[in-house]
Write a protein that binds this ligand. Structure first.
Ligand SMILES: Nc1nc2c(c(=O)[nH]1)N[C@H]1C(S)=C(S)[C@@H](COP(=O)(O)OP(=O)(O)OC[C@H]3O[C@@H](n4cnc5c(=O)[nH]c(N)nc54)[C@H](O)[C@@H]3O)O[C@H]1N2
Ligand SMILES: Nc1nc2c(c(=O)[nH]1)N[C@H]1C(S)=C(S)[C@@H](COP(=O)(O)OP(=O)(O)OC[C@H]3O[C@@H](n4cnc5c(=O)[nH]c(N)nc54)[C@H](O)[C@@H]3O)O[C@H]1N2
Ligand SMILES: [Mo]
Length: 778
């Protein structure tokens, strides 16, 4: 780092985990939680009788394991179980115009919403409203739409299977498949790409496979922050001597070394375990080049082995018996030059060959990946190149081997399984018709990008959001905010206040719900819900804490209320289902036969695994084979302009998506601020800039193809050990740079991780997003 100093920016020398993590938990708890609630809450996380951690979707170790320590899990729990409240009296004293001026961090930090609220235009405040009155007005507004396809029904992936199932049932009976979903911004490239490759859009490994693998590749994910319990798994593998190869443009501490708070000796001696055996800092968007380069090296080694009469390097028997498309892949890889691979990846041929060598020498390989792979213009192709690499040596459908997408929200995968999809299959619609006797809509609906564009163009007039913070999570902050301000109806089912709630429709409602940590009592008594983790394990979750307010209702209850008020002739007995979630599970089983014997199996500790055909080497593809799929070319994204840089947007250690827990990013050495841009020293000096300078960032290429300027200004340049030509800043601060149209062509996943930019010395000092033209505000 250069000699200049920036307040709040320093080098972080420690490992991931360790005492720093314990200290951070203590601070999170003392800042947010009442002591009485805290002691109960943390001990019930991911326990057989407790609630599923609302943090990430990494699976739990063993059926009856003891509580696994996790700093960011503790933050997620304490953030929900906070003692702070935002009450009707607070809303009465603060106009929406005032609230807009608070930061995202402050807004959510106000605490749990306690009462249903409706916007009142005369006073520019949210006012309390009785539940039944809110439902009546929402039902009237939805029924007033000329066409059900003019409403959008968003889901954020924290919703339980039971809530999500009722939600899709209501929306389909209402008559639309407009299901924008947080998954559309996240692993949609997986959901679209993997079914074409291996017949299923989910990971093929289970946790136990990590005990039997001989090499792990971690591509484009940051487990120290986003899936911290995964570090225990990686630590065990490292201690077994398993090579762990990382491909990431940034040096992420959690992937370098880890001190396990579970292991007293490491804690007391200050020792840490190395995680990555090799760390390749590739260029942003260089993944296809590295993956093709590795395949090229493997295929070359195989040719040599054949010529020398040695055992083959590829698994030829598997390829013959189980796959199609191999010849086309060989041809594509042969046509890809090493010069092109080096240029696009930023790595040398020798480095790529070394990675390939580790891959080829390991009998069983697991490849893990996250948003660094999916959130690109060619996200789907990226995912498919990973599948190609694994298939070359039969690394799918075998113990200790497979593909491992790290899912986002704790139940995003489950929500999709129980019907949150804009493209219903015939089987789904048949199941609904047979179970409920109404005709579900067949026409495909909107995903997240299509939904916001429809709202922008006035084709959609209503938004119902089951959780989340859609306006802030989406690209193009300015346009998305302006679009949302045109709605006739906005309904937010939420636990905490966020900026999406402050973008006003003609009628706006905030409906506060129970969180996963809280006791949910319905007509037949306390209820449990179910969730599905990244490895297709389904298990129960039952809240134990006293609800934050007596006026809160569960998500299923709220959905039932809206459904009854919207659909006077409904075919669904909402009260019966809401009164006993076992009956919802019985219905899930009727519509989705894979949930066979659901209520019994979910009560077994640890739950059960949903079938993943590819794990058994059954390929649900058109030709019943796993398919090598060729992606032409190497440049994931349009080439940069001369002097341009490629920007990626990422999460700090103190955030959960748009929820900002704090202003620190400990492992990257940042404290008390988020207005930073990480840059290579050479990229700074090439622009006459130095560490600490204020800079403005201008989108180029595809993100300004419509002729509009997209820029964020007044950020601070931080010299960082990032790949040259690549720069990084936090999400959502960077979202204003990305056009809604800049997304993966095949899956619609926004290209949040490949944003071509120019960077210049700053001319201004503010960075806050502007309030949209408030059409419906006072
Ligand atoms: N505490 C916490 N936990 C979370 C979340 C959270 O915000 N906070 N969010 C949840 C959700 S919804 C999700 S989707 C997951 C997200 O989990 P991750 O996928 O880990 O999320 P990101 O922070 O977006 O970081 C992705 C990583 O990709 C790297 N990267 C960026 N561009 C590229 C590239 O072009 N190639 C490669 N190879 N790498 C690249 C970045 O340096 C970063 O290390 O975590 C979930 N868990
Ligand atoms: N630039 C950039 N943008 C991104 C990303 C990126 O990497 N870069 N990542 C994308 C990804 S992967 C995702 S998943 C999306 C996330 O998009 P979302 O899922 O829409 O966003 P969150 O920030 O997770 O939503 C937070 C809000 O959820 C509500 N909430 C919390 N718990 C509950 C609950 O139990 N029930 C209900 N009903 N509400 C609850 C609270 O009101 C809180 O304010 O963002 C995407 N946006
Ligand atoms: Mo996500």
């Amino acid at each position: 780092m250069s000699e200049n100093t920036i307040p709040g920016v320093d080098d972080y020398d420690g490992p991931a985990g360790g005492w720093g993590a314990l200290g951070a938990v203590a601070r999170a708890l003392s800042g947010q939680m009442a002591i009485a609630r805290e002691s109960i809450a943390l001990h019930k996380v991911n326990q057989p009788q407790g609630f599923d951690c609302p943090g990430c979707a990494w699976p739990d170790p063993k059926e009856t394991s003891s509580f696994e320590f996790c700093e960011n899990g503790a933050k997620a729990v304490s953030w929900e179980a906070t003692a702070k409240r935002v009450r009707p009296e607070f809303f009465a004293k603060n106009t929406v115009a005032d609230l807009w001026n608070l930061s995202d961090y402050t807004l959510e930090g106000l605490g749990r919403i306690t009462y249903p609220m409706a916007y009142d235009r005369t006073s520019d405040t949210y006012r309390p409203i009785a539940w039944e009155e809110a439902f009546r007005r929402i039902g009237t507004a939805l029924r007033a739409l000329p066409d059900p396809d003019m409403a959008e029904f968003y889901t954020s992936g924290r919703a339980s299977n039971e809530a999500a199932f009722l939600y899709q049932l209501f929306v389909r009976e209402f008559g639309t498949n407009n299901f924008p979903d947080c998954s559309n911004m996240c692993h949609e490239a997986t959901s679209v790409g993997l079914p074409q490759s291996i017949g299923v859009g989910k990971g093929t490994v289970v946790l136990e496979d990590f005990e039997h693998c001989d090499a792990i590749f971690c591509i484009g994910h940051n487990p120290g922050t986003n899936h911290p319990r995964m570090l225990s798994t990686l630590r065990e593998a490292s201690l077994r001597g398993v090579p762990i190869v990382v491909l990431n443009p940034l040096p992420e501490r959690g992937l370098e070394r880890f001190t396990s708070p579970q292991h007293p000796v490491e804690m007391l001696t200050g020792k840490s375990t190395r995680i990555a055996s090799t760390y390749y800092k590739l260029k942003i968007g260089g993944d296809v080049a590295v993956l093709k380069g590795m395949m090229k090296a493997v295929l070359t080694a195989d040719e040599r082995a054949v010529a020398a009469g040695m055992p083959r390097v590829i698994d030829h028997a598997f390829i013959e018996a189980h796959t199609s498309g191999f010849e086309a892949l060989v041809e594509d890889v042969a046509n890809t030059s090493w010069a092109a691979i080096e240029r696009a990846s930023g790595l040398t041929r020798a480095q790529v060959e070394d990675a390939a060598d580790i891959y080829a020498k390991a009998k069983n390989v697991i490849v893990c990946y996250g948003m660094g792979i999916t959130q690109h213009v060619h996200g789907t192709e990226n995912v498919q190149q990973i599948a190609n690499l694994l298939l070359l040596r039969g690394n799918i459908g075998r113990r200790g081997a497979g593909i491992c997408p790290l899912r986002g929200h704790s139940n995003v995968q489950g929500d999709r399984t129980v019907g949150i999809t804009e493209k219903p299959t015939d089987a789904l619609n048949d199941g609904i018709r047979a179970t409920y006797g109404f005709e579900p809509p067949a026409a495909h609906g909107h995903d997240a990008v299509a939904a916001v564009i429809a709202i922008r163009e006035g084709r959609s007039r209503a938004l119902v959001a089951l959780g989340g913070n859609l306006a802030v999570a989406m690209p193009d902050t300015t346009e998305t905010f302006e679009a949302m301000a045109k709605l006739d109806l906005a309904v937010h089912i939420a636990t905490k206040l966020n900026r999406s709630h402050l973008i006003l429709a003609k009628e706006s409602f905030i409906l506060p719900c129970l969180g996963r940590t809280e006791l949910d009592v319905q007509a037949t008594g306390p209820q449990s819900v179910t969730v599905e983790d990244s490895m297709s394990m389904v298990h129960a979750s039952a809240g134990t804490l006293t609800p934050a307010s007596e006026h809160l209702r569960s998500e299923p209850w709220i959905i039932g209320g809206i459904a009854k008020a919207t659909l006077p002739a409904t075919r669904v007995d909402w009260d019966r289902l809401v009164g006993d979630y076992n009956l919802i599970r019985d219905d899930i089983e009727k519509v989705f036969p894979i949930f066979r014997d659901f209520n019994r199996r979910v009560n077994v500790p640890g739950g059960f695994r949903l079938p993943v055909a590819a794990s058994e080497r059954e390929w649900a593809t058109p030709d019943r084979r796993a398919r090598f799929l060729v992606a032409p070319g190497l440049d994931e994204d349009p080439p940069l302009e001369t002097g341009g840089l490629m920007l990626t947007t990422l999460r700090s250690h103190d955030q959960y998506n748009t929820t900002i827990y704090g202003l620190n990013d400990r492992y990257r050495g940042v404290s008390g601020r988020r207005d930073v841009v990480f840059m290579h020293a050479n990229d700074l000096s090439a622009r006459g800039l130095k560490h600490g300078d204020r800079i403005d960032i201008f989108a180029t290429g595809a993100n300004v193809a419509d002729g509009k300027e997209r820029a964020v200004r007044g950020f601070v340049a931080v010299a960082y050990d990032i790949a040259e030509g690549s720069v990084a800043m936090y999400y959502p601060e960077g979202n204003a740079l990305i056009a809604l149209e800049s997304h993966d062509r095949r899956s619609g996943t926004p290209a949040y991780k490949s944003v071509p930019v120019n960077i210049e010395a700053s001319t201004v000092r503010t960075a806050a997003p502007a309030r949209p033209k408030a059409e419906h505000a006072a």
